[in-house]
Structure formats: C-alpha cells, structure tokens
Design a protein around this ligand. Structure first.
Ligand code: ADP
Length: 490
C-alpha cells in the first residue's frame, strides 16, 4: 500500500481577529467581566484569549435583559418579522464562513476540513431552516398560535461549539423565545463572534445574550428564577444534576446527553463502504461526538475481513495541524479530556482487550491521541460501557441478528445506532428493535436541521431539530387535558 505524502496546506489564520480579552454579550453590548480564564489552542497550547468567568450577577443581568426583550419586543413581533432576522443571521454566517471555520479549528482543535464543510454550513442551515418555521408555527402540531415559553437558558458543550449554539438559538428565536446562552469553557470564541453577528444583523438588544464561564456559570443559569426553559447538551452527569435542580420548579428542559452507539455490521453489508462508514462513525471530530459509533458490532463471519480493511484505512488517517486542509484527525480538545481518554484506554488493555493503533507521529505540543481500536472486547469491559469521547473504537462480535440487537441495546444510553446491510427488510427490522433516537442505515453521522435528534434512557429528554424540536420551545394555547392534549404548563 502506498500513501502519498501531502505537502502542508495550512489555512491562513489571518482571516480571524482574536481580542486578547473578552467580556459577556448582554443586552446587545459587550460588557466587561470581573475575572477571566485563558482559552487555549489545544493543538499547540498557545493562549488565544482571556475569557470572562460569568458570575451569578452577570447571569442575572443577562436574564433580565432577555426578559425585557421578550416582553417588550420579541413576543410582540410577528413570526414573519422574526424570520427575517433568522434569515439575516444565516446569510451572515455564510458570508463569514471562513472566519468562523478558522476560529473554530483554532479554539476547538477540529480539522478545518470539518469546521469548513460540516460545522459552519450546518449552523447556517439551522438558521435557514428555522427562519422558514417562524411564520408557520400554527403547523407545528400544537394547535393555533402556540406560545413561546419566554426566556430560554441554554448550555452547550465544546465538541461542536458553533453548531450546538445554532441548534439551540435558531429554534428558540424562531418560536419567539429570548436566550441566555453559555458556551463551554474551552470553546467560547465562536459564540463571541456570533454575538458580533447578532449586532451586524441588528437583532433587537437582549434577544440573544451570551455569558461565558464554567460549570458554576451554567448552574447559575439553571437556578435563576427568571429562566423558563433549559436546553442543555453535555454529559449525563451534569444533565442529571440539572434535572434534579429543576425538579421542584416549573422550568421545562431538554437534555441531550451521552451515548455509546452500536454500529452493527451484518455479513451482507457492502464491505468497502462499511469500512469508510466505520471510520467516519468513530474518528469524525476526534470521536468527540455524543452519537459516535463507538461500539462496533461485527457479524463473526465477516469480522476478520472488516478488521483487516479497517486497519488499512486507519493507517491512512492524517493526524496533525487542525488548520491543514489535509488533516483528518485534529487535536483532543483539552488536557482533561485527553486524561479521560487515556485512563479509559488503559482500562481496556488491563481488562484484557487487544489494543491497536497505526504508526503515527504525534506533535510534541498540544493534546493528541492516535486513532485506536480495541478487539476482543466483551460487554463487561469499561470500554464497551462507558463513553470515551475520543478516537477509540471498541470492537465486539455477534453470530445472529438477535444477538446483535441484544448487545446493541445493552447500555444505559440510547442516542444513536448504525446498521450496515444490503437487505432493506433487515434494516427495517433492526431499526425497530434498536432503542436509539437516531438510527442510520448504510451511513453514519449524517445531520440535517429537519431531522429530530435526541436520546432514549440516559441519553436525554426531548428532541432537537425538525418539527419535534420546535415543540420543546412552545406551549400549546389551544389543547386542554380534556381534549386529550397535554398542556405541559398545567
Ligand atoms: P464535558 O464533560 O463533555 O465537558 P459537561 O457536561 O461537563 O461536559 O459540560 C457541558 C456544559 O455544561 C459546559 O458548558 C459546562 O460549563 C456546563 N456545566 C458543567 N457543570 C454544570 C452544572 N453543574 N450546571 C450547569 N452547567 C454545567
């Protein structure tokens, strides 16, 4: 096998201007923060900027601004007018796509190929899609003129910073809610650039507020009495803490949490396409994907061939500079995440699974982990049960389709799953048996704003995207319990 060397093809970082320090974006303006913490480039540990650590007073100011904007402006505006702002934001995201892509890769460590071709276009697509809904909410399935909740508190993770912001802000705004959003502490920069987009789009002040900070800032949003609805994406552990915190309140919540998806390969699957799909399923975004295909279930009679071809493919993965257009696998987002990946991977070895990585030279500085697979994994191993959130694949085998389903469902999670088979009947059968919110067939990690996304069991509550996602931001003003409708507010 020959792998050609590619000359370096770095994207220029001169398209982005990063300030040495940022404040919060409250009521349409940037306001200074009291304390700051550094945000670093995980590929080389360079300090990119100082980010404000939001206090409960900052959160309070943001929630009050969002409330005033909701009552005075946003809830009074017609859906058609709101939609215009969303279209405007979507178009600005497209116009400034290169800037966003470079900034995302610098701050997060993901390859520019992915931020440029996936994160940023999909973020714009979410605004376009929801712009279209803004004046059509009567058709969301909640009766005539469904109402917004009010102020949404939104807390997002670091794996898709801009895209998760779009998943949260676009439906909230389309449905007439105003927003206080907190990005993850390691990846605030594209959210702060998005704040500039809100200014550029002349979005009325206070409709979108961005408070940066850590878990304590997130908790202050969750606990604030002026918040009507929480939308959270992150770990199951924090999701449970949020569920506990809001249990005695009237706050609504959607929680999009962890996953340990089974990617099931039946013996009639098209082998080469399947191998590509396995690679995409686990190594996309360094495996920092809650719906990653992190448990590969291979039918025993094709396991050897698939593993042989998988190793050939893995040897071709280019690991390195996220800004290089040829890079396939970028940096791990933080040293804390790298430690988690290392610890779980070491448990794989010590519990008896066999570890393999292709030869690859990792950069000296920054946080890196080679693409890795474990074979001989059993259901009892930690690497088969716990979310690794890194470029690590656990491989199990099965003999019968029924055994595949039992193994696939043997997890506290249920966010996504994949099926590889040539038979339509088998795909339909398996997709009905799998307890997972999204089931991909002969593909993996495909996202679309019109398609609802969310989990079973410990993977979360509610759906985001599509018509289903809208309902999380609306209350029906028409249906009563008697009529069989559930007005969640009662
Ligand atoms: P991860 O383990 O992948 O970093 P987390 O669930 O810890 O995921 O973080 C996801 C988001 O939740 C981040 O924005 C983080 O700051 C925030 N967060 C962490 N702890 C809390 C908490 N107790 N309450 C609210 N938000 C939190």
């Amino acid at each position: 096998m020959t792998t050609f060397d590619y000359a370096p093809a770095p994207e220029s970082r001169s398209v982005v201007k990063i300030s040495s320090e940022y404040g919060h974006f409250i009521n349409g303006e940037f306001v200074a923060g009291a304390n700051h913490f550094p945000s670093i480039n995980p590929a080389n540990e360079e300090v990119l900027s100082q980010i404000a650590l939001g206090s409960s007073a900052d959160v309070d100011r943001a929630v009050k601004a969002a409330r005033v904007a909701y009552e005075a402006v946003w809830s009074k505006m017609s859906g058609r007018e709101r939609g215009k702002y969303l279209y405007r934001i979507a178009r600005i995201l497209q116009e400034r796509a290169r800037e966003f892509a470079v900034l995302e890769s610098l701050d997060n460590g993901k390859p520019i190929r992915e931020s440029r071709d996936v994160d940023v276009p999909l973020a714009a697509a979410h605004f376009f899609y929801h712009a279209g809904w803004a004046d059509k909410l009567d058709y969301a399935g909640l009766g005539h003129a469904p109402q917004a909740h009010g102020v949404a508190g939104q807390i997002i993770p670091w794996n898709f910073p801009l895209l998760m912001l779009a998943w949260k802000i676009a439906p909230a705004l389309a449905t007439g809610n105003t927003v206080v959003l907190k990005p993850a502490e390691t990846t605030s920069l594209t959210a702060l650039l998005f704040a500039q987009v809100c200014q550029q789009a002349d979005l009325p002040q206070g409709v979108v507020n961005i408070v940066t900070g850590d878990g304590s800032t997130g908790a202050a949003i969750v606990d604030h009495p002026g918040i009507d609805k929480i939308a959270f994406t992150g770990s199951t552990e924090v999701g449970k803490a949020i569920a506990r915190a809001i249990a005695p309140t009237k706050k609504k919540a959607t929680l999009e949490l962890g996953g340990k998806a089974a990617n099931i390969v039946f013996d009639d699957a098209p082998i080469d396409e399947t191998v590509e799909g396995i690679v995409n399923g686990i190594f996309f975004n360094q495996g920092h994907v809650c719906c990653a295909g992190s448990r590969l279930l291979l039918q025993e009679n094709v396991a050897e061939e698939i593993l042989r071809k998988l190793k050939v493919q893995m040897a071709k993965i280019r690991v390195g500079d996220p800004l290089d257009k040829n890079t396939d696998l970028g940096a791990i987002n933080s040293s804390a995440q790298l430690s988690k990946i290392r610890e779980l991977s070491e448990s794989g070895g010590s519990e008896g699974a066999e570890r393999w990585s292709p030869e690859c030279i990792l950069p000296d500085k920054g946080f890196w982990f080679a693409p890795t697979i474990f074979t001989g994994v059993t259901q009892a191993h930690r690497i088969a049960r716990e979310e690794i959130f890194g470029p690590v694949l656990s491989v199990l085998t099965f003999r019968t389709p029924q055994e595949a389903i039992e193994k696939a469902n043997n997890t506290p999670y249920g966010l996504s799953a994949g099926i590889w088979s040539e038979k339509g009947s088998r795909i339909l059968w398996a997709s009905q048996q799998l307890k997972a919110g999204v089931v991909w067939a002969n593909t993996f990690n495909k996202f679309d704003p019109a398609s609802p996304f969310g989990g079973y069991k410990e993977s979360g509550w509610g759906r985001e995207g599509g018509r289903h996602g809208l309902t999380a931001y609306l209350k029906s003003s028409q249906l009563s319990h008697k009529e069989g409708g559930v007005n969640e507010d009662e």
